[in-house]
Write a protein that binds this ligand. Structure first.
Ligand code: GLV
Ligand code: MN
Ligand code: MN
Length: 384
């Protein structure tokens, strides 16, 4: 058994559902178990653990936030029934890379909270708080599906921006690749597509499914269905991505015309202008259709993340260091993207043979993960 397979086996059962995917929502028991595991790993390596008051955990070799520290790590939380690699691979790899490098290097290993926004709706919540990209009050008020606020789950209002982030010399997040573009074990990130989440509330008139004449209906499900198809079409036409993967229906009864359909549009594009045009066009078409259906549409942006171009010179330097590892963009969001506005930041990707992610089928081979750990160790030595 390699060190990787051994460590990976320790966390593999935590939060695994019958689907084979994971339910590791931020600050719920499985994620708290992983945080305990993080503390144990840090203690084994004599690394001090601190909590930044925002829900982010850090394990330090050297003084916490010492100038010149190189930060690595990722997140434990998953999307509903997501894969086990998205996030935890970056943390497990960080501890194993730390074992390989000179012990005099100042490093920090981060476990960022709520990266997926799977519980409270805003992705990269921990890194946004740490860098001041969201206010503590706004973050504290975000609610999960049971009505519990982030502040309640955390045990108080988050502390917010920590200026000591400026002491960090560089951040390197290792992550499983989430497409099929990487055909060798390890790559380096160039950019993250701008992306966002828009909540769409379609309001209509609830009524009896058996007695309401078809001509008399104001059915928001029709407006919603049209909008899903329109989003797909507009994305295809503009070379962008649009997804509606979450929906709520009220009253959600087989024999009642819904009074409300709430759906979330996830949209992403290679550049901001394309993304804005895509969302504007979807909303325009949905609004026009609502007029014909006699329904009403309200659109609320829940989080919008701008385009990220990682430090080009740093990416090139890491690629050269890693024997010409390919440099590639991604459509997935990451805490590294949020931090890149504040400190030199890079990402390493580990090959994903099928490209499938946010699904129980997400996978990377042990050999590729081990190559990722080697690469991360090389990079930490170089930057530290
Ligand atoms: C996070 O993985 C995202 O891109 O949604
Ligand atoms: Mn993810
Ligand atoms: Mn991730």
């Amino acid at each position: 058994m390699s060190d990787f397979t051994e460590l990976w086996a320790e966390i593999a059962p935590v939060g695994r559902a019958e689907s084979g995917g994971y339910l590791r929502y931020a600050l719920t028991p499985p994620e708290l178990t992983l945080r305990d595991w993080f503390r144990t790993q840090a203690a084994r390596r004599d690394m001090r653990v601190t909590d930044d008051g925002n829900g982010n955990l850090f394990a330090w070799r050297g003084e916490p936030w010492a100038p010149g520290t190189v930060l690595t790590g990722s997140h434990f939380d998953s999307v509903p029934h997501g894969g086990g690699y998205d996030g935890p691979l970056g943390i497990v790899s960080a501890f194993l890379a730390a074992d390989k490098i000179d012990k005099s290097r100042k490093i920090g290993i981060a476990a960022f909270v709520e990266e997926e926004g799977g519980r409270f709706g805003v992705p990269c919540l921990g890194s946004r708080l740490l860098t001041g990209a969201i206010t503590p009050e706004k973050a504290a008020s975000l609610r999960d599906r049971d009505g519990i606020t982030f502040g309640e789950a955390l045990g108080g209002t988050p502390r917010g921006h920590d200026p000591r982030i400026a002491n960090v010399a560089a951040l390197v997040e290792l992550h499983i690749e989430q497409g099929r573009a990487l055909t060798v074990p390890v790559g380096v990130a160039s950019a993250i597509w701008p992306h966002g989440r828009w909540r769409m509330d379609f309001a209509g008139v609830g009524d009896h499914a058996g007695t309401t004449l078809m001509a008399d209906r104001h059915d928001p499900m029709l407006t919603f269905a049209f909008t899903v198809l329109a989003a797909n079409k507009e994305a295809r036409l503009s070379g962008a991505h649009a997804t509606v993967g979450r929906v709520q229906v009220e009253p959600n009864a087989t024999n009642a015309i819904p009074s409300l359909v709430r759906g979330w549009l996830d949209a992403r594009a290679a550049d901001t202008a394309t993304l804005e045009r895509l969302v504007d066009e979807v909303v325009r078409k949905a609004t026009e259709r609502a007029g014909r259906d006699g329904t009403a549409l309200a659109v609320t942006p829940e989080s919008v993340s701008g385009e990220v171009a990682f430090d080009e010179a740093l990416a090139k330097r890491l690629s050269d260091l890693l024997d010409g590892a390919p440099i590639l963009p991604t459509g997935a969001g990451h805490d590294a993207g949020v931090l890149s506005a504040h400190i030199p930041t890079a990402m390493l990707f580990v090959r994903n043979p099928t490209g499938v992610s946010h699904s129980p089928a997400e996978h990377a081979s042990d050999e590729d993960c081990e190559a990722g750990i080697e690469a991360l160790a090389t990079v930490l030595e170089e930057l530290g």
